[in-house]
Design a protein around this ligand. Structure first.
Ligand code: SF4
Length: 333
């Protein structure tokens, strides 16, 4: 895969520095195919590589328990920046920075930005190194550019699937956002978190597009979900089993709130929030999801019952209004 930097030399140095004997390699879906090649390289360094074949969507899902079961002494986590404050097992993060050239694709975005002067930049960890260049290009064309640095993410301008603090910190200073990165997932988060027009520059597909319609469609779906859940009598409260998603205290708080309002609440623990898992509980009318908030939104059409985020539940319980929810951000934990 020539589009990403897998930092092979740094991996070798870390294995030698830590004298690692058994190494667990963890990749997000798009990068897994590199596993066998990197495993071969690690084996030549004298360590035993094991590739995690389970799904991985973020650094919140560091395979710590799996590593402990396997007697691993080093985890190499690819494709995400560090998220957890402490790791129980030594961990090296390889962010897999993109090496694609974006100039031609960026050029195509100018006509979509004509009506705005103040542009906020956002991206994933794969492209944070391009923001300086993108900013210079926009400034040369007469735009004012702002990059947020709220201090929660590792890099200025960086967003994750559930942390948009960098774009929210500058939303009042810009008219629109320009997102650099592949696909819709993160860019849609920017649009939903800020309610600002968001233009995507996808360097892999060499496409530019606006997300306004998608964001409006999702807001309508979420509103309908909340309204349906208001009529629910029996709730399931979902507890995530992934290291960075587990929030038992929050789940217990929600269960207690439901009890006080005369509803029935049952706790469910699971690694993956899948429609086929929830369908086994037909007596549950709606779920409150304390795991990854994106599942409620991105897999909306696959669930037969409303699956609310924690923040959406606050609207159902009457703690906050729909408007306040939109102001605070729909997606963040
Ligand atoms: S909780 Fe979900 S959106 Fe947030 S980092 Fe983890 S996988 Fe991504």
């Amino acid at each position: 895969m020539e589009d990403f930097d897998f930092e092979e030399e740094r991996i070798k140095q870390e294995i030698s520095r830590l004298d690692s004997k058994r190494v667990l390699l963890q990749f997000p879906e798009g990068l897994k195919r590199e596993g066998p090649r990197l495993a071969k390289m690690i084996e030549k360094e004298g360590a035993l590589p094991i590739i995690s074949a389970d799904p991985c969507y973020g650094a919140c899902d560091l395979a710590t328990s799996e590593a402990e079961l396997l007697g691993i002494d080093l985890i190499i986590h690819f494709g995400h920046a560090k998220l957890l404050k402490h790791e129980r097992i030594p961990t090296v993060y390889v962010e897999a920075r993109a090496t694609v050239v974006i100039d031609e694709t960026l050029e195509k975005a100018f006509h979509l930005m004509e009506k705005w002067n103040k542009i906020g930049l956002a991206t994933t960890v794969q492209h944070v190194q391009t923001l300086g260049h993108v900013s210079e290009t926009l400034v040369r064309s007469g735009k004012t550019v702002v990059v947020g640095d709220a201090g929660q993410m590792v890099y200025p301008g960086q967003v994750s699937g559930c942390d948009f603090s960098n774009v929210r910190s500058i939303e009042s200073a810009v008219e629109a956002f320009l997102f650099i990165g592949g696909g819709r997932f993160h860019a849609l988060g920017v649009a939903l978190a800020t309610s600002k027009p968001t233009i995507v520059v996808d360097p892999y597909d060499r496409r530019v597009f606006s997300l306004e319609e998608d964001a409006n469609k999702i807001l309508k779906q979420r509103w309908a979900c909340i309204e349906e859940a208001k009529n629910a009598e029996t709730f399931g409260v979902l507890i995530g089993l992934k290291s960075g998603q587990k929030d038992i205290d929050e789940a217990l708080k929600i269960k207690e709130m439901l009890r006080k309002s005369g509803k029935i609440a049952c706790l469910f623990a699971l690694r993956e929030v899948l429609p086929e898992a929830l369908i086994e509980f037909p007596s549950v009318d709606a779920y409150v999801n304390t795991t990854c908030p994106r599942i409620s939104i991105d897999a909306f059409s696959k669930f037969k019952k409303p699956v609310l985020t924690k923040r959406e539940f606050m609207v159902v319980s009457g703690e906050i209004s729909w408007k306040t929810l939109l102001n605070r951000g729909l997606l963040e934990k």
